[in-house]
Design a protein around this ligand. Structure first.
Ligand code: NDP
Length: 245
């Protein structure tokens, strides 16, 4: 595919974990991959992915509006358009309802919810001007069914699912589809400090294994593809059957 005709996917939090797997999948499908993440320099895998696909890596805290505006302006100036936006960056703090601090509350809502507004608003403006676009917001199984000691995280992910529905309704007339993904237990670093064992999740998973980042990446690619062209406003479970509603 010629470089001019390449489509661009922008992924927040794509330096590792699920976001990196999504980037790899889109890269395999011929997309130019642009990643926004916290580290000053990308990890080796993200660096190779962005370079090999003709994309770019930006050090960008998505909770800092001025920096986000600067980065998105550079992305649009350099690549023209963002065809697919994946709002993937997220943080999880394991705290009970009564022990949650204001700092923990603000961090999780700022990254998981406010960051989606900051990154999406300038990109959506350009999608509206262009008359098309595709957005995937990373929700969670916990945004549908609450989980103990994930108090703020679950509330923030419920907000992501609801925000996705609102965005779908507002942006559908502009030919912009917006869906959320609701993964179950996917093996990434986010679960490293979990106070429960992996086995406690495994026994609740009908498919008999925990998820890999690639399990989510495949569904993300499907949602962005024309095979899903009549889907918007949905919250799609990727849980191995642990969540069925
Ligand atoms: P990881 O912790 O492995 O990756 C999260 C990524 O987001 C990291 O690269 C992290 O950067 C980045 N990030 C965090 N804060 C910011 C910020 N302010 N600005 C930019 N980037 C930021 O998590 P996963 O890959 O597991 O999770 C990806 C998404 O999937 C999250 O939204 C998560 O909530 C969701 N999810 C994950 C599940 C799972 O079981 N893994 C289940 C359900 C949902 P850094 O490396 O510097 O911290």
């Amino acid at each position: 595919m010629s470089n001019e005709k390449k489509q661009t996917v922008l992924i927040t939090g794509g330096n590792r974990g699920i976001g990196l797997a999504i980037g790899r999948r889109f890269g395999q499908e011929g997309y130019r991959v642009v990643i926004l993440d916290l580290p000053a320099e990308p990890g080796a895998a993200a660096a190779a992915l962005t370079t090999d696909t003709g994309g770019a890596y930006y050090c960008c805290d998505i909770t800092r509006k001025a920096r986000v505006d600067e980065v998105i302006a550079d992305v649009l100036g350099t690549f023209g358009f963002v065809d697919v936006l994946v709002n993937n960056a997220g943080v999880l703090k394991w705290t009970s309802f009564i022990d949650t601090t204001e700092e923990e509350f603000d961090l999780q809502f700022n990254v998981n919810v406010k960051g989606i507004y900051f990154v999406s608003q300038p990109i959506v403006r350009s999608m509206i001007a262009r008359g098309r676009g595709n957005i995937i917001n990373m929700g969670s199984m916990g945004g549908k069914d609450g989980a103990a000691i994930q108090t703020v995280y679950c509330a923030s992910k419920a907000a992501v699912i609801q925000l996705t529905k609102v965005m779908a309704k507002e942006l559908g007339p502009h030919n912009i589809r917006v869906n959320s993904l609701c993964p179950g237990i996917i093996q990434t670093d986010i679960g490293n400090d979990a106070p429960m064992s992996a086995d406690s999740w495994l026994v609740k998973t009908p498919l008999g294994r925990l998820g890999d980042p690639e399990d989510v990446a495949g569904v993300a690619y499907f949602l962005a593809s024309d095979d899903a062209k009549y889907m918007t406003g949905q919250a799609i479970n990727v849980t191995g059957g642990m969540m069925t509603f």
